[in-house]
Design a protein around this ligand. Structure first.
Ligand SMILES: NC(=O)c1ccc[n+]([C@@H]2O[C@H](COP(=O)([O-])OP(=O)(O)OC[C@H]3O[C@@H](n4cnc5c(N)ncnc54)[C@H](OP(=O)(O)O)[C@@H]3O)[C@@H](O)[C@H]2O)c1
Length: 415
C-alpha cells in the first residue's frame, strides 16, 4: 500500500484502508425482506397512526411553505444586497489596510482524520495559504507524513507537525487531544481553525473486529471502567461492539476535540476582545446521513445527526464569542470510506460520488467568509434530494429508510 501511494503523486487518497473481509461481512449481513417494517398485520399502522402521520405531513408542508416564502421575501433580497455590495466593501477594506505594516497573523490549523480522504484534501487546501502551521492528526504515521510532505510544497512558510492519536484508545485519547490543543493554543496564541474530520463507518476492519483479530491489531479493547462494557459483547458480530466503537470515534473523542477547541478560542477572544486579527473557526464533518439514513446505517447515521445538530447549535453559541462554527454535510464522496463501502456492495455508483478536493475548496471558502445560515453541502444534488426527505412523516420515513437499506445504498451490513 505504501509503495502504491509513493507511485501515485497526484493523490494522497489511498484506494482503501483495511476493509472488512467477506466472511466478517456475512456475520453482519441482513436480508431486505427480513427487515421489512410492515411485514406482519400487527406492524401495519392503525387508523389513528395513519391520521397522526397525515397531520405531521401537513405540518411539514405548512412549515415548508412559510420557510419558502421567508426565503424569497426576506433572505433573497438581503443576499442580493450583500453580494452586490461585497466587492465595494472589500475594496474599501483594502484601501484602509494598504499602509498597515503589521505582519499578518501566522495561522494554526488543526485537522483530525487528515491522512486520507476529505481530511487530507482539507489539509492540502489550507496549505495553499502561505504562513500556515498545519497540525495533522490521525493514526497511520506514514500516510500522515505523505500529506505533510505534499502540504509543505504548496505555499511559502508552510510548516507541519503530525500526531498519531487513536480515538479507539478509550483511556488515553481524550487526554492526548486535550494536551495537544492546550500546547498549540499556548504556542500560537490561539488556534485559528479546528477541523473535526476523523470518522468511521462499520466497513473498516478494526471498527467491527475485536482488536486481537483485527488487521489494525494495535487498537486497544474496551477498558473495564467503560460504561460500554455493560453492553453484551459477544464477538465480532456484536452490535454493541460496533456501536460503541463508532460512537467513540465519531462522537466521544471528536466532541472532546470540538468543545475543547471552542473553550480555548473563547478564552483567547475574551482576553483580546478587540482583536480583529483572531477570528477562529471550528469545522465539523457531519453527513447527509443526518438528513436521511439507510436503515442499516444505524450508528453512522445517529452519530452524524448528533454532529450536525452540535454544529448548528454551537454556531449560535459561537456568535457571542466571535467563533465561527461551520457544519459540513457531504453526500457520497470518493474516499477510502466509500471505497470500502463499494467493496462491500454499496450500490451507489462511484461515478456519482463527489470529489474530496472540490468539497475542501468549498469548505475553506465558506469558513474564511464567516458566513452563517446553512451547512456546506456537496454534491449539491445529493443534499437537495436527501434534505427534502426530512419532510417525510415517520411511517413514510421508516419505509424509505428500509427502501434505502433494501437496495444496498450503504452496503449490505449493519454499520
Ligand atoms: N466519504 C464520504 O462519502 C463522506 C460523506 C459524509 C461525511 N463523511 C465524513 O467525512 C469524514 C472523513 O471521511 P473520509 O471519507 O475522508 O473517510 P476516510 O478516508 O476513511 O478517513 C477517515 C479518517 O479518520 C481517521 N480515523 C479513523 N479511525 C480513527 C481512530 N480510531 N482514531 C483516529 N483517527 C481515526 C483515519 O485515520 P487512520 O486511517 O490513520 O485511522 C482517516 O484519517 C468522516 O467524518 C466521515 O464521516 C464522509
Amino acid at each position: 500500500m505504501w509503495r502504491q501511494l509513493k507511485m501515485a503523486p497526484k493523490t494522497v487518497i489511498p484506494q482503501d484502508v483495511n476493509p472488512i473481509s467477506a466472511e466478517l461481512l456475512k456475520l453482519n449481513q441482513y436480508r431486505s425482506f427480513e427487515i421489512y417494517p410492515y411485514k406482519t398485520w400487527r406492524s401495519i399502522p392503525s387508523l389513528s397512526t395513519a391520521i397522526y402521520n397525515i397531520c405531521l405531513s401537513t405540518s411539514s408542508v405548512l412549515t415548508g411553505v412559510v420557510s419558502l416564502a421567508a426565503s424569497i421575501v426576506i433572505i433573497l433580497p438581503i443576499g442580493l444586497v450583500k453580494s452586490t455590495l461585497n466587492p465595494f466593501i472589500h475594496f474599501i477594506t483594502w484601501i484602509r489596510n494598504r499602509n498597515n505594516t503589521t505582519p499578518p497573523r501566522r495561522r494554526c490549523v488543526v485537522i483530525t482524520g487528515s491522512n486520507s480522504g476529505i481530511g487530507a484534501a482539507l489539509a492540502l487546501e489550507y496549505a495553499k495559504t502561505p504562513n500556515t502551521h498545519l497540525v495533522l492528526i490521525a493514526r497511520d504515521i506514514p500516510r500522515l507524513n505523505l500529506v505533510a510532505d505534499q502540504a509543505r510544497t504548496l505555499a511559502d512558510k508552510i510548516t507541519t507537525e503530525v500526531h498519531s492519536i487513536d480515538f479507539l484508545d478509550y483511556e488515553n485519547s481524550p487526554n492526548e487531544i486535550y494536551s495537544l490543543l492546550n500546547k498549540l493554543d499556548a504556542e500560537f496564541h490561539g488556534i485559528d481553525v479546528a477541523i473535526a474530520a476523523a470518522g468511521v463507518s462499520g466497513h473498516r476492519s478494526g471498527v467491527l473486529l475485536p482488536p486481537s483479530e483485527s488487521a489494525e491489531g494495535h487498537i486497544p479493547s474496551l477498558p473495564a471502567s467503560s460504561s460500554t462494557t455493560t453492553l453484551k459483547n459477544d464477538g465480532p458480530s456484536s452490535i454493541a461492539t460496533l456501536g460503541s466503537r463508532i460512537l467513540q470515534v465519531n462522537v466521544n473523542v471528536t466532541q472532546q476535540f470540538i468543545l475543547h477547541s471552542f473553550d480555548l478560542m473563547r478564552s483567547r477572544r475574551r482576553a483580546f476582545p478587540s482583536s480583529s486579527s483572531y477570528n477562529p473557526s471550528i469545522v465539523i464533518l457531519s453527513s447527509v446521513a443526518s438528513y436521511f439514513t439507510p436503515g442499516n446505517f444505524i450508528f453512522y447515521g445517529a452519530t452524524k445527526t448528533y454532529l450536525g445538530i452540535l454544529g448548528r447549535t454551537l454556531s449560535l453559541a459561537g456568535v457571542e464569542h466571535g467563533i465561527n462554527v461551520l457544519p459540513v454535510t457531504p453526500g457520497f464522496i470518493k474516499s477510502p470510506m466509500t471505497r470500502n463501502m463499494s467493496i462491500l456492495g454499496c450500490t451507489v455508483p462511484l461515478a456519482t460520488m463527489g470529489d474530496a478536493e472540490r468539497l475542501a475548496r468549498r469548505v475553506k471558502k465558506r469558513e474564511e467568509s464567516g458566513e452563517r445560515g446553512s451547512p456546506v453541502v456537496w454534491p449539491v444534488w445529493q443534499g437537495l434530494g436527501l434534505y427534502g426527505m426530512r419532510a417525510g412523516s415517520p411511517a413514510f420515513e421508516l419505509w424509505m429508510w428500509w427502501g434505502a437499506a433494501a437496495i444496498g445504498m450503504a452496503g449490505w451490513s449493519w454499520s
